[in-house]
Design a protein around this ligand. Structure first.
Ligand code: FFO
Ligand code: GTP
Ligand code: MG
Length: 461
C-alpha cells in the first residue's frame, strides 16, 4: 500500500446541503482511470469541459463541468480532477461513490479533514502559515478577519518571518565560522558588527510580534465577563452591546442563574461577552440554583481576558461603591489590570466626579449613554491598536513561537555584550531562535503538530 501522503484522495469540496453548484474533488499522482471512467473521454489540461458524469451502466448521473489539473499545476501540486455538478446532496454522494468505485484499483480513499491543503503544504504550494490562513479565511467571522486571513494566505506574514529567518541564518553562519578560529573570534565578530545585526533583527522581530498579536486577536478575540451584584444591569448591558434581547432582564435581583454568552464585534475584533449570575453572599437558607450560578460566575471571571465590574449608580456610596462592592473588588484585586469599573444607570443618577480608580466608565445600559467609550476601553484593554488593512491573521501558536525567538535572541544579545562572550552559548541561542522561527512556516515543525493543525480543517479542504 502507498504511504498515506501518496494515496489518492477524494471528497465533496463544497458545503453540505443544497446549492447551485457542488464540487467533488480528487487529488493523486495519476487520476487517468478516474477521468476515463467518470468522464468517458480525455480532458484537456486546465480546461472546463461540459459533459455527462457516467455511472457504471454508462448512464448520466448528472451533466456538469469537469476540469483536470495535471500535476504539478494544481492546488495540491498533484493531479487534481474537479467534477462541478449540480449542488444536491444526493447527486454529490452518487458522484463520490462512483469515484471511489472507479478508484478502487489505484487505492482511492476519502480525504481526511484538511488533507488537500496538507498536500499543498507537502508539495510546497503553501507554507504552514499560509495553509493555516486557508482555514482561518474559511472560518473568519468578521470582514476584518477575512481580509487579514487573505493577506496571510498571499504570504504577507510568511515573507516577514522568512526575512527574519534569513537574517538569523546569516548571523548564525558568522558565529559558527568564528567558532573555528578561536584566537581572533571576538575581533572578528566586532568587525562584522554582530551586535548591530542582532539589534536590527530584534527591532524587526518586535514589529512582527506586534502585528502577529493583533492578527491573533482578530482571529481569536477576547473573553469579556460582565460581573457585579444582582440587579446592577449586567444582562441589560449584554443586550445593549449585542443589540438584541438575549438575556432576561427583570427588576428582581437574582434573575440570571447561568452564564449567557454572545459574540459581538467591535471594529472587527470578536468579543465573546459572557453575562453571569449576580454576585452576593447567600446565607445557609440561600437558593441552591443561585449558589451554583454564582460559583460559575467566579469560574468565568477567572478565565476572562477582561472583566467589566458593574456598579449601580443609584446604590453607590462613598467613595465609589458600597460595602458589598468593596468585598467583590477585594476578591477581584489579583486580576486588577483586566478589570474595568462600569457605573451603570447614569440616566437615573450622574456619576460622582473622579470615580474610584479614575478608570471607571459611566454608562446607561438603558439609553446607551457611554457605550462607545466602553467599547473603546475594551479594545484598548484587548491590546487592539492596528488598522485592519495592514494586519495579517496569526494564531496563538505563531505568537508563542515569536516570543520564544525573542527570548533566545535576548540571551544571544546579553552574551554578545560580555567582555568575553561564550561563543558556543551564543551559537546555541541563535540556533534555538532560528528553530522557533522556522516552526511558523513549517520548515521545522514536528509531525504531531502538523497532524493537529490539519485535522481542524473542514472535510474537502
Ligand atoms: N473550483 C475551484 N475553486 C477554488 C479552489 C479549487 O480548488 N477549485 N480553491 C482551492 O482552495 C481556491 C483557489 N486555489 C487554487 C490555488 C491554486 C490553483 C492552481 O491551479 N495552481 C497552479 C497554477 C497556478 C497559476 O496558473 O498561476 C499551480 O500552483 O501550479 C488552483 C486553485 C478557491 N477556489
Ligand atoms: N434606569 C435604568 N435601569 C436599568 C439600567 N440597566 C438596567 N436597568 C434595570 O435594572 C434592573 C436589573 O437589570 P438586569 O439587567 O436584569 O440586572 P442584572 O445585573 O443582570 O441582574 P441579575 O441577573 O439579577 O444579577 C432591570 O429592571 C433593568 O431594567 C439603566 O441603565 N438604567
Ligand atoms: Mg442578569
Amino acid at each position: 500500500m502507498l504511504p498515506r501522503h501518496h494515496q489518492p484522495i477524494v471528497a465533496i469540496a463544497t458545503a453540505a446541503g443544497r446549492g447551485a453548484v457542488g464540487i467533488v474533488r480528487a487529488s493523486g499522482r495519476d487520476l487517468q482511470p478516474l477521468i476515463a471512467g467518470v468522464c468517458g473521454r480525455a480532458l484537456g489540461p486546465r480546461h472546463a469541459t461540459y459533459l455527462p458524469f457516467l455511472d457504471a451502466q454508462g448512464q448520466a448521473i448528472d451533466r456538469g463541468l469537469a476540469i483536470h489539473f495535471p500535476a504539478p499545476n494544481s492546488y495540491t501540486g498533484e493531479d487534481v480532477l474537479e467534477l462541478q455538478a449540480h449542488g444536491g446532496p444526493v447527486v454529490l454522494q452518487l458522484l463520490l461513490a462512483r469515484c471511489l468505485e472507479l478508484g478502487r484499483d489505484i487505492g482511492l480513499r476519502l480525504a481526511e479533514p484538511g488533507e488537500f491543503t496538507e498536500r499543498a503544504y507537502l508539495n510546497d504550494k503553501l507554507d504552514l502559515a499560509q495553509a493555516e490562513a486557508v482555514s482561518d479565511l474559511i472560518d473568519a467571522s468578521t470582514e476584518a478577519a477575512a481580509r487579514s486571513a487573505s493577506r496571510s494566505l498571499s504570504g504577507a506574514f510568511s515573507s516577514e518571518v522568512e526575512t527574519l529567518r534569513e537574517q538569523v541564518v546569516r548571523l548564525r553562519m558568522l558565529v559558527e565560522a568564528t567558532l573555528d578560529f578561536p584566537e581572533e573570534e571576538i575581533d572578528f565578530l566586532r568587525q562584522a558588527d554582530a551586535q548591530g545585526q542582532l539589534d536590527a533583527i530584534n527591532a524587526q522581530l518586535a514589529s512582527v510580534l506586534d502585528h502577529a498579536r493583533q492578527g491573533a486577536l482578530l482571529r481569536e478575540g477576547i473573553r469579556v465577563v460582565l460581573a457585579g451584584q444582582p440587579n446592577v444591569g449586567k444582562s441589560s448591558l449584554l443586550n445593549a452591546l449585542a443589540g438584541a434581547e438575549l438575556a432576561i432582564v427583570t427588576p428582581i435581583p437574582g434573575t440570571t442563574r447561568d452564564k449567557v454568552s454572545q459574540t459581538i464585534q467591535i471594529e472587527g475584533v470578536p468579543l465573546h461577552v459572557i453575562d453571569t449570575a449576580g454576585l452576593r453572599e447567600l446565607g445557609a437558607a440561600g437558593d441552591e440554583v443561585e449558589r451554583i450560578g454564582i460559583a460559575r460566575s467566579w469560574d468565568a471571571i477567572g478565565q476572562a481576558d477582561a472583566v467589566l465590574f458593574l456598579h449601580d449608580l443609584t446604590r453607590v456610596g462613598e467613595p465609589a461603591y458600597d460595602a458589598d462592592d468593596a468585598a467583590i473588588a477585594q476578591r477581584l484585586s489579583p486580576l486588577a489590570p483586566r478589570v474595568v469599573h462600569v457605573f451603570n444607570k447614569s440616566d437615573l443618577r450622574a456619576a460622582p466626579e473622579g470615580d474610584g480608580d479614575g478608570d471607571g466608565v459611566a454608562i446607561s445600559a438603558q439609553t446607551g449613554h457611554g457605550l462607545d467609550t466602553l467599547r473603546h476601553t475594551l479594545l484598548r484593554l484587548a491590546g487592539w491598536h492596528a488598522q485592519p488593512e495592514g494586519v495579517y491573521i496569526a494564531r496563538a501558536r505563531h505568537v508563542d513561537a515569536l516570543q520564544r525567538t525573542r527570548e533566545h535572541l535576548a540571551m544571544a544579545h546579553a552574551q554578545l555584550q560580555l567582555a568575553q562572550p561564550a561563543l558556543d552559548l551564543l551559537a546555541e541561542e541563535l540556533r534555538l531562535g532560528h528553530n522557533a522561527l522556522a516552526e511558523i512556516t513549517g520548515a521545522f515543525t514536528p509531525d504531531d503538530l502538523l497532524g493537529e493543525i490539519f485535522s481542524r480543517f473542514c472535510i474537502g479542504k
